[in-house]
Design a protein around this ligand. Structure first.
Ligand SMILES: [Zn+2]
Length: 154
């Protein structure tokens, strides 16, 4: 993914993963739709900061305002961050190619990304171990491991 970003100026990664591995690998144009478990967000002032301390203090507090800190991830029942959604929609409506890689295609809003991009004229490719509900909505669906297929794209 990092190599694709290096080659294509407007390449962007939209991920549902919260493990932060895209960031560690070097992806810079990155939207972490469900947040990043290695970041903490203040419940009072909203400040977000990276944290690699393990284990955390039982109740970690913000150094700036003393508000309680929480993981900077989206829990079930919470809304995605509006800015992330807006940036994602802008990318989906303007991209020429959308690669959908390694997702079940059942968690919204990401499950709608194929339809949004195709309606805007993008060519959509799914790469996944097995067919998903998204498979019928894309131009090409390829079954296999991303680690085997992505190097072939390069
Ligand atoms: Zn704070």
């Amino acid at each position: 993914m990092v190599e694709l970003e290096r080659r294509y100026e407007h390449f962007c990664v939209l991920t549902q993963n919260v493990d932060g591995l895209h960031d560690v690998a070097g992806s810079r144009n990155l939207i972490e739709l469900h947040g990043n478990i290695w970041k903490l967000r203040c419940t009072q002032c909203g400040r977000v900061r990276m944290n690699r301390d393990v284990p955390l203090a039982l109740l970690p507090y913000c150094a700036e305002c003393r508000g309680l800190l929480r993981p900077h991830i989206v829990w079930f029942g919470e809304s995605l961050h509006a800015e992330d959604l807006s940036r994602s929609e802008d990318g989906l409506r303007s991209c020429e190619l959308l690669l959908i890689i390694g997702t079940s295609g059942v968690v919204y809003p990401a499950a709608s990304f194929a339809s949004v991009a195709r309606a805007a004229g993008a060519f959509v490719v799914e790469i996944n171990l097995e067919r998903t509900p998204t498979s019928a909505l894309v131009d090409v669906s390829v079954q296999g491991r991303a680690k085997d297929l992505l190097p072939l794209l390069l």
